[in-house]
Design a protein around this ligand. Sequence first.
Ligand code: PLP
Length: 379
Amino acid sequence: MYRIMTPGPTQVRENVRMARSMECTNPDLDESFVEYYRETCQLISRLLDTKNETLILSGEGILGLEAACASLTEPGDDVLVLNNGIFGEGFADFVKMYGGKPELYTVSDLETIDVDALAAFLETHHSFKYATVVHGDTPSGVLNHVEQICPLLKKYGILTVVDSVSAMFGEELHVDEAQIDILCGGSQKVVSAPPGLTFLTVSEDAKAAIKARKTPIASFYANISIFEGYYEVKWFPYTMPISDIYGLRAAMENIEADRDILKRHEDIAAATRAAVTEAGLKLHLKSGYSNTVTVFDVPDGVTDQQILDIMRTEHNIMLAGSFGNLAGKVIRIGHMGENATVENMQAVMKALDETFEKLNVPLKASLKSVFSDRLTISK
Ligand SMILES: *Cc1c(COP(=O)(O)O)cnc(C)c1O
């Protein structure tokens, strides 16, 4: 068994695994499951500070992104795609797939999106039906200020689709305050349930835009309006993955009970960055460091695979490299959700100290010592 320290999927707590083994009912015919589903959705809305309805869809995180685009995009629609990372750029594919015209707003992938610069751009470019933005773009770890970006877009009547799959619950997020129309989440990141589910919070404005479409949505699975009225008629558009939802509910209850979750993510992330920097390694980003993943450049003279292999085979710890233009260039430590404990992170830091020693990469300080010294929490 590896100690999973990747930026998703993350470790799954025993009570979540046990919940997934609970006895099953027929989720189509047993009305108590409709209640359970809706209560779970309401819990998610509450945790995200929104009055908007949450829908849980049967599919991994990517389905949420596709469903948001499929449901909003009509052929010919102009869509603003904010791009400072791989997931950011990827939204353009979904927009195109459903006939929309993506306009990429591309800025440095080493920094958080500059809100003032975006404001200046919007003054002269704002005829978009909706915009997409990634909260935490996991391949680089860059965090965007959605709580400033979305209200800015909304001022121009631009709806917003936010991918917070890897950020929500590890970063502060108040969906109503941030005026986010469709927020996309996933089960396998901070939430710390196994992969398999996505969930969306959907605003009244987004629902109205979907209702006002002149063309049908070119999908069934990625069409969020198929859930309309499910509760009233006690009928789901397709059979719900009941065991996955039992697990998700337990994971959400864990988050609800965890009063220090944001503080812990913040503290662990700050200590990790301090350790990486003082050890003489280089953080990949220049700004926008997320509290859920730390990304550092692979030092000269070694490869990402060498680091990952030693960590895995000699220390039983799984870290991640990255992909796209970052393939081979960085190492990612996913300190999110259940991974984000002092014990897990001390093990990672100690193992990295030993891995770099074995690879003859000299460090200026011990990662483990700096990490431990910098922590302000002890849990
Ligand atoms: C993990 C993740 C998703 C879901 O995609 P997978 O790579 O298939 O797990 C979507 N968006 C972001 C930002 C993610 O980190």
